[in-house]
Design a protein around this ligand. Sequence first.
Ligand code: ADP
Ligand code: MG
Length: 324
Amino acid sequence: PAAIDRIAAGEVVERPASAVKELVENALDAGAARIDVALAEGGRALIRVEDDGCGIRPEELPLALARHATSKTDGRDLLDLRFFGFRGEALASLAAVARLSLTSRVEGREAAMITAEGGQVGPVRPAALSRGTVVEVRDLFFATPARLKFLRGAQAERMAAAEALRRLAMAAPGVAFTLRDLSAGGERVLMRLPAETGEEALRARLAAVLGRAFADGAIAIREERDGFLLTALASPPAEARGAAVSQYVFVNGRPVKDRLLLGALRAGYGDLLPAGRHPMAALFLDCDPMRVDVNVHPAKAEVRFREPDLVRSLVVGGLRRALG
Ligand code: ADP
Ligand code: MG
C-alpha cells in the first residue's frame, strides 16, 4: 500500500484501545445486542470483536476494507448522528497496519470472510458463522515498526482498552458486553455486563461499570429545557473524592471530552463541594444534532455548543435542584 495509507492509519488507530473503540462502535452501529471483546497481550497480539449485528454481505466485504467506503452516509456527505461511523477509515486503517480478518453473515446468506495483511487484501472466501460479525486484528503495527515502539506494555494497553469499552458501554445499557483476556494460561473474563432494560437500566449499567457504591448512592438528575435533555447520576457532595478521574460525559450517546460540561458540573455543586474534591458523575446530554458541533477526530471527541450559556445553566440548574 502507499505510505499515505499507513500514515493515515496512525491517526485513527494509535493503540489497541482505539482499535477496540472503532470496532465496538461498528458493532453498535450494526445494531448488535451482544458484543464480545477478547484481547491477547492487551491487544498487542490479538483484538477480537464479535457481534450479533446486521452483518456484511459477502460482496461488500472488500468495500468494508476500502478507504473512505462507508455504508453510513446518505450520499450527501452529512454526518448521520444515528451512527458512530462516517469516515470509512477504521477497517482500512487496521488492514494497513495489522493482520486483519473479517468474517460476517447477513440473514438469508452464507457466511464469508476476507483477510488483509499490511494492506494486502485477499479474496472473499466462504466461512462458518451463525450470525453477525467477527473481526480479528493480530499483530497491530507489525507493518509499521515505528508505531509499534510507542505501544506500552500489555497491562497498560489492556487497561486502556477496558476503559474505552467501559465508556461505550455506559451509553448503551441495552447491549450486553464481555471483555476477555486470552493469555497462554487460558481465558479470563475481565468484564461482563448483562443487557439492562427498563426504567433503571442506566443506573444498573452504571452500577456494573462504575461500582454499586456509586450508583446506589448517586443523585439522579433529569432536566429538560429548550430541546436539551440532561440525564445524569452524580455522587452526593460528601462522597466526592480527591481525583477528577471518574467524570464521564456523553453528548448524543457519544463519549466526549468537554470542559464546559465538567465546569458546569462543578459549578452546580457550588459551595457544597469541599475544596480539592471532585464528584464522580456520568452525564448524558441529548439534543438536536444541529445545536452542537462534534469534532469526531478519533483520538479526541470534542464538542462545541451553539448555545454554551444555555447548556451551562441547564447543567448547573439541574444539579442544584437535585442537590436540594
Ligand atoms: P465507518 O464505520 O466509518 O463506516 P469502518 O471502516 O469502521 O467505517 O467500517 C466500514 C464499513 O464496514 C461500515 O460502513 C459498515 O458498512 C461495515 N462494517 C464494519 N464493521 C461492521 C460490523 N461489525 N457489522 C456490520 N457492518 C460492519
Ligand atoms: Mg467505523
